[in-house]
Design a protein. Structure first.
Length: 337
């Protein structure tokens, strides 16, 4: 494998991990906004709004990074995936757009209470649907039902993503994102009672995510045999899965003893390990079994320039993003109710 192809493939994986750890909790927060309940229902929603309001737009930088990198370095994969999965991708993009618009209109717009409640529903439902659609896209790529011959998708527009396996992968993605959101909010909450509300939600969500993980593994043996073979036959895959399971157990233990700040890091590491396990299981393919990483590159000669440009951009982007988080997360503020 060419070193420049490896560098772009690695950068793509880093981008997906960063989006899962930043954009994922934002989406999960929208779900908890929908499910807020109990005597502190209003306080729960205010805490969620305060957590995501300063940086919710910035988190999509990583999704844009992944899309642009794939378009630039792996254009054949970009074309094939965009064609084969354009329905769930288009719906996910619509969900992201509607969620962003609804959050802005609800939090900052001058509307009546009834209008703001309607926008709140749009925000929450978009946050619920979008992670599921993103997960179905990821699951569909490993089913083997999407076929590509000489760069042309021949399997139609419903292949892969309409399978139970893909939808279970979508459910697993949603469960992982809501777990991250609950743990993050528990760690940020200043009120112990409010932190305990999200602690209980995080414990339940972590268990649900574990159940979905088992279901995804079971269905992969039936509907994604090549993916399942790598999951079960690769030493690297077993190692990553073992680390993921250990991190999930540690996160549950830390939540149980109310060590929220440490749990935030172990839960983030768990989510990163899940993404890495999926990457390992894909066996250096964008689409199993027809489109490998090597065959997805259309212009190998331009990859050195792309890699250097992206590396230079990272030197600017990463400190800027860190500073953005530092400024807004350390600044007191009272969110709009």
């Amino acid at each position: 494998m060419n070193v420049w192809v490896d560098a772009c493939w690695f950068a793509l994986g880093i981008g997906v991990v960063l989006y899962a750890l930043t954009g994922g909790p934002d989406l999960g927060a929208g779900v908890w906004h929908l499910l807020a309940s109990g005597p502190r229902k209003a306080e729960q929603r205010r805490a969620l709004q305060h957590a995501i309001a300063p940086i919710w737009e910035a988190n999509h930088v990583w999704l844009i990074f992944v899309i642009v990198l794939m378009f630039s370095a792996f254009s054949r994969a970009f074309a094939a995936i965009s064609i084969a999965l354009h329905i769930p991708i288009a719906l996910a993009v619509l969900g992201i757009v509607m969620r962003g618009a609804a959050f802005a209109f609800h939090a900052y717009g001058i509307h009546s209470a009834a209008t703001r409640r309607r926008w709140s529903w749009v925000f929450s439902l978009s946050s619920l649907i979008t992670p599921v659609l993103l997960g179905t896209v990821a699951g569909a790529l490993g089913t083997g039902q999407i076929r590509v011959e000489d760069g042309v998708v021949t399997s139609g527009y419903l292949a892969g993503w309409t399978t139970p396996f893909a939808w279970l992968a979508g459910g697993f993605t949603l469960a992982l994102f809501v777990t991250l959101a609950a743990v993050y909010i528990a760690a940020e909450a200043e009120d112990p009672a409010l932190a305990d509300d999200f602690r209980r939600r995080a414990l339940i969500a972590e268990l649900v995510a574990g159940a979905f993980a088992g279901l995804v593994l079971w269905r992969s043996s039936l509907e994604a045999p090549q993916l399942y073979a790598v999951l079960m036959g690769s030493g690297w895959s077993w190692a990553v899965q073992a680390v993921t399971a250990d991190l999930a157990l540690v996160t549950l233990l830390l939540l149980w003893v109310r060590q929220y700040r440490i749990a935030r890091f172990t839960c983030a590491a768990q989510a990163a390990a899940v993404v890495m396990a999926w990457g390992v299981a894909m066996d250096r393919h964008f689409i199993l079994p027809d489109l490998s990483v090597a065959s997805a590159v259309s212009h190998l000669a331009v990859l050195p320039a792309f890699t250097l440009v992206y590396a230079a951009g990272a030197l600017v982007l990463l400190p800027a993003f860190w500073y953005l988080l530092k400024v807004f997360k350390s600044s007191p503020g009272k969110p709009h109710d």
